[in-house]
Design a protein around this ligand. Structure first.
Ligand SMILES: [Zn+2]
Length: 314
């Protein structure tokens, strides 16, 4: 991290500006009171920081929690990334599994077909996991839906990122191991679409940050859905109410344990020493620092030597 890095100006400010851009697009689709909550999102932020003021963590703030809010989606992705990393550590350590990473795609679709295509994707995926070759090696999976927009062609690209837990022996047993071409063949069969050519499958290595990011990051990029009103409406209608991330098998068990705080031993302790409290409010297109003070003794105790609950992602 560079000396001059400031999470407020470099992360929160551009996200808050995009949150305001969202207002015009989402206005015709929601109630006035819901709109007001999104508008007020993160207008107040409180951080704890270390002596140098370089390391900050948000400790309070008003958030709208809307799926399309760039501030809230970013924070949720960071939390999901940390969660996923802990689930993987637990599954690896206590169930002796390893992981493969699968990306399933199909040809792009127009705006009017997107909603249906996502429903079809869900059904095809279900069929895929029921195939005996795959069912017998899958000990659990986490699946994320992502949709990207191609501005040049004005079409949409839904796809799945899937992390699958497998036995360690999977990679050495030719009777179990599924080659890339076989994954493609099975995916073509369950989608009933022989024209699909793109399936990517790989073993997840120890340094798994890239794959974790793929699963944890937003289902749609704000740079895509904030392009114009029509594009936003398409994304909104296609993603609203849909389950974007699905945990199954060992990942489902692990997810429950995680939420209950039962696998906290896999989390790391935050070694930053938090000393200051910083308050910001949003006004005239930027965050203004309203107050900087030392943490009270009580705050200091509550904020230091705690477990890390977020993972940095782009
Ligand atoms: Zn928000």
């Amino acid at each position: 991290m560079s000396k001059s890095f400031s999470i407020v100006t470099e992360k929160y400010t551009p996200k808050k500006k995009k949150n305001l851009a969202l207002l015009n697009f989402i206005k015709p689709l929601i109630s006035g009171s819901s709109l007001e909550i999104i508008k007020e999102c993160s207008t107040f932020l409180m951080f704890a920081s270390d002596e140098t003021l370089e390391h900050k963590k948000q400790i309070k703030g008003n958030s709208c929690k809307n799926r399309f809010c760039p501030v809230c989606a970013w924070r949720k992705a960071r939390k999901d990334a940390l969660k996923l990393s802990i689930l993987m550590k637990y599954i690896q350590a206590e169930h002796q599994k390893e992981f493969i990473f699968l990306t399933l795609t199909a040809p792009n679709v127009s705006a009017e077909d997107l909603d249906n295509e996502i429903k079809k994707y869900n059904q095809s995926f279900k069929k895929l996991m029921e195939r005996k070759e795959i069912k017998s090696i899958t000990k659990g999976y986490v699946r994320k839906l992502e949709v990207t927009y191609n501005q040049e062609r004005n079409d949409y690209h839904p796809h799945f990122h899937v992390m699958i837990a497998v036995n360690k022996s999977y990679f050495n047993k030719p009777t179990q191991y599924i080659k890339r071409d076989k994954w493609l063949e099975l995916w073509q069969q369950v989608t009933d679409n022989p024209s699909i050519t793109q399936v990517d499958v790989r073993k997840i290595k120890q340094n798994n940050h890239k794959e974790i990011s793929e699963v944890a990051k937003y289902s749609a990029k704000d740079s895509d859905y904030l392009i114009n009103e029509n594009v936003f409406k398409t994304f909104y209608k296609a993603l609203k109410g849909k389950r974007l991330i699905v945990y199954s098998g060992l990942f489902k068990t692990a997810s429950k344990l995680f939420e209950e705080g039962e696998i906290d031993k896999y989390k790391e302790v935050d070694t930053t020493e938090y000393i200051y409290a910083l308050m910001y409010s949003w006004g005239k297109g930027k965050y203004v620092e309203d107050e900087k003070r030392k943490l009270t003794e009580d705050e200091y105790r509550k904020l230091n030597k705690k477990l890390i609950n977020e993972l940095e992602i782009e």
